[in-house]
Design a protein around this ligand. Structure first.
Ligand code: GLU
Length: 462
């Protein structure tokens, strides 16, 4: 038998930038495809026109590529076989299939106005029904009124679900899940504005693009039986589904995009100079474990050892310290030849100097930018030395003409400040080092006084 080529996909709505949660769904789809020598596809769900942001699609794809989750196909590198990777360019195809469903009695026009729908909602609430289920025979309007609404396109189209029918699947993460259609209710497949709903379009796309496995967040579990009903109507074979558990913050609450304390967008990490593979590695362990509990792994090792059976059934905590630990770990173990590609060593020095600088400072840096900043102290060292000498010289001159009292020492510091124009750390550090030979200490004038005049003048005159 001819084995099907494994194909997975990530299908973001271009309503914003790539989020940690989205990146992780994409990553597991990618790992599964690569492990099985298959294709990983990015598809754009852009039918909610009002919510689309300019550049959303482009930035989603670019951020994935930056992370190392490289699509084999996307709107930016399409495979002509699958025509388009944007839902907004497939409206005719959806309409064609929706009409087919209407013709065979699997879908129908629903003429309810917004107010009439609200009334139905209210009725069910009053009956104590937990979640709303649309009743197709609820609306009582004349045939004439129906025709009027039909002609002015005031309708949505709903699926006609089979009554008391079970839809089941063997979830890759959670095992068997079954949901009865009586707990769902006829849902909309085409909105009044003419656009298909997510649940309809996603099925058509997954079928058209020959997807074999779908990895997505657990918030989609309740959508899966709806999608299975559509596969059922067309007699199409459904892909396998795996619903990933949620990502929480350290308090165990679901990550919310409004929670500004956690950096949640890949763009932020990129901007701050994180090493992309450190994030890739970290995300892999956000809901998956290596059989030997290995943590730091190159991409090939992750792909080779990826087994969806090891996807976690409980939620994963997003631990920023752990993320930073990964980044530090990678940076400090990186060879100079590699590390220098990520750092702007903008200083007029020999290669050997730069190498020693990197080797000396790479330990402990969380980001490339952090390491780069450490270069600053070497950028203007001469000016610093001049200031240092000048401060110490002036201070010893002033002090040597005064009687040895705590007040006079303080005054000498003040006068040095006025004469040299140097203040703050650049004033205190040279004086403190030259007199106490310590970098830190208590109130400077008292610390100096305690040594006595002889020792201090001896130190200052060297
Ligand atoms: N656009 C949907 C989302 O971002 C895709 C869900 C799916 O993968 O089916 O959640």
């Amino acid at each position: 038998m001819n084995k099907k080529r494994i194909r997975t996909r990530y299908a973001p709505s271009p309503t914003g930038y790539l989020h940690i949660g989205g990146a992780r769904s994409a990553l597991f789809g990618y790992l599964f495809a690569k492990k099985n020598n298959g294709d990983f596809v990015v598809r754009t769900e852009d039918t909610d026109i009002s919510r689309n942001v300019k550049d959303g699609e482009n930035s989603q794809i670019k951020n994935l590529i930056w992370l190392g989750i490289i699509p084999d196909e996307s709107a930016l590198n399409p495979n002509p076989k699958y025509k388009t990777y944007r839902q907004s360019e497939k409206l005719e195809r959806y309409d064609f299939l929706i009409n087919e469903m209407i013709e065979k009695g699997d879908a129908y026009y629903a003429y309810d106005t917004k107010e009439e729908l609200e009334e139905q909602h209210k009725y069910f609430e009053e009956q104590g029904v937990a979640s709303f289920r649309y009743k197709r025979n609820w609306l009582k309007i004349s045939e004439k009124e129906k025709e009027k609404r039909h002609n002015s396109k005031e309708y949505s189209i709903r699926i006609a679900l089979k009554k008391n029918n079970w839809y089941s699947w063997k979830d890759i993460v959670r095992g068997k899940i079954s949901i009865n259609t009586d707990d769902i209710g006829d849902f909309v497949i085409r909105k009044q504005d003419g656009y298909p709903t997510y649940n309809f379009a996603v099925v058509v796309d997954d079928y058209d693009m020959e997807m074999t496995h779908v990895f997505r967040g657990e918030e989609h579990i309740s959508n899966t039986p709806k999608q299975l009903a559509i596969y059922d109507s067309f007699g199409w074979e459904a892909p396998e589904f795996g619903h990933l558990t949620i990502i929480t913050n350290m308090d165990g609450k679901k990550l919310s995009k409004r929670d500004l304390e956690t950096k949640q967008f890949i763009e932020q990490y990129k901007g701050e100079g994180y090493y992309s593979h450190a994030i890739f590695n970290f995300l892999t362990l956000l809901g998956w474990t290596h059989p030997q509990a290995k943590e730091v792994m190159e991409k090939k090792e992750i792909i080779d050892s990826f087994d969806p059976k090891r996807l976690s059934k409980s939620s994963s905590k997003f631990n920023m310290d752990k993320m930073n630990w990964f980044s530090k770990e990678y940076i400090q173990n990186m060879e100079y030849s590699n590390l220098k590609k990520f750092i702007n060593l903008n200083i007029n020095k020999e290669e050997e100097w730069k190498k020693i600088f990197i080797e000396t400072f790479k330990k402990g840096s969380v980001t490339f930018k952090e390491l780069e900043k450490k270069l600053n102290i070497y950028k203007n060292p001469l000016k610093g030395k001049k200031t240092f000498n000048e401060v110490v010289k002036k201070f010893s001159q002033i002090l040597s003409n005064k009687e040895w009292t705590i007040e006079n020492i303080q005054e000498s510091i003040n006068e040095t400040k006025i004469i040299t124009g140097v203040k703050g750390k650049k004033l205190f550090m040279p004086i403190r080092l030259a007199t106490t030979f310590e970098e830190h200490g208590p109130e400077l004038h008292k610390a100096i006084w305690l040594f006595g005049k002889e020792i201090i003048m001896d130190r200052l005159n060297v």
